[in-house]
Design a protein around this ligand. Structure first.
Ligand SMILES: Nc1ncnc2c1ncn2[C@@H]1O[C@H](COP(=O)(O)OP(=O)(O)OP(=O)(O)O)[C@@H](O)[C@H]1O
Length: 226
C-alpha cells in the first residue's frame, strides 16, 4: 500500500546563501495493508521529514513514494489532494481548523468529503467523540477554545472518521491520559484489522510495541550512512 524506494531529501536554506543540506538518502520502506510500521531514530534523524514526504508536504529530491498506486514524489497537487481525501489520512500532533465550525462537523468533515450521508457521518463523529471522552455539550462548539488535550482528541477523532486505506500517525498518544491512550491504541488496532497500512512515530515505546509490526530506524537513511 505504501512503497518508498531510494528516496532522498535536501533542504535549501534560502536565507543562508542558498546552502543545500542533504538530510536523507536511500530511504526504503514498504507497508502492507493491515500492517503498522514505526519510524524510529534519534531526534533530528528525519522521522518527521519522511512522514511529510509521504503526505506530500515536502518534495522528495529523488526516488519513488507510492501510495495506493500514485507516486507522491511526482504527482500533481490536484492528485495529491484527491489522494488525501480518499486514501491517505494524517493524524498530526496539532489540530488546525477553520474557526467557528462546530466540533461534530470538524470530525465528520472527512466523511462528508468522500460522499458519506450526513446522518451516517455525524453518527460516526459522535461515536468517536464519545469514545475519546469529549462531552456532548462541547460538540456544538468550535474546538479552537478547547484545552490542548481536548484538541488533540478531536484531531484523532477526525483522523479516524474515514476508513483511509493508508494512515500516517505523528505521536498519536503523546500527552494523553491512560484511558484515552487506550482508546487511541484500540482505534489503531481496529484500523489495522480492517486493512489499513499505517506509518507512525511513537515515542511511547509500550504503545509502539503493542501496535507496530516493524520498526524502521531512519538513521540508516542519513546521507553519511547511505
Ligand atoms: N524545513 C526545514 N528546513 C531545513 N531543515 C529542516 C527542515 N525540516 C527538517 N529539517 C532538518 O532535517 C533533519 C531531520 O529533521 P526531522 O524533524 O525530520 O527529525 P525527527 O527525526 O522527526 O526529529 P524529532 O524526533 O526531534 O521530531 C534535521 O536536521 C532538521 O534540522
Amino acid at each position: 500500500m505504501i512503497e518508498i524506494e531510494s528516496v532522498s531529501k535536501t533542504f535549501t536554506l534560502h536565507n543562508q546563501g542558498s546552502a543545500v543540506i542533504p538530510v536523507m538518502a536511500g530511504a526504503n520502506l514498504s507497508v502492507q495493508p493491515g500492517e503498522c510500521v514505526a519510524l524510529i531514530g534519534a531526534s533530528g534523524a528525519g522521522k518527521s521529514t519522511l512522514m511529510r514526504m509521504i503526505y506530500g508536504n515536502y518534495l522528495a529530491a529523488s526516488g519513488r513514494i507510492m501510495v495506493g498506486g500514485i507516486d507522491v514524489a511526482q504527482a500533481a497537487p490536484r492528485d495529491i489532494l484527491a489522494l488525501r481525501r480518499q486514501t491517505l489520512g494524517y493524524v498530526s500532533q496539532f489540530l488546525r481548523v477553520v474557526p467557528r465550525v462546530p466540533t461534530l462537523e470538524v470530525v465528520a468533515e472527512p466523511l462528508l468529503m468522500v460522499g458519506e450521508e450526513r446522518e451516517v457521518a455525524l453518527a460516526r463523529a459522535g461515536d468517536l467523540l464519545t469514545r475519546l471522552n469529549i462531552p456532548e455539550r462541547l460538540w456544538g462548539l468550535s474546538p479552537t477554545t478547547f484545552s490542548g488535550g481536548e484538541q488533540q482528541r478531536v484531531n484523532i477523532a477526525r483522523g479516524f472518521a474515514h476508513a483511509y486505506p493508508a494512515l500516517l500517525l505523528d505521536e498519536p498518544t503523546a500527552s494523553l491520559d491512560a484511558r484515552n491512550r487506550e482508546t487511541v491504541l484500540s482505534l489503531v488496532e481496529e484500523a489495522k484489522a480492517r486493512g489499513a497500512a499505517i506509518v507512525g512515530i511513537f515515542h511511547d515505546e509500550a504503545a509502539r510495541d503493542r501496535v507496530c509490526d516493524h520498526e524502521i530506524d531512519v538513521t540508516a537513511f542519513t546521507p553519511e550512512a547511505a
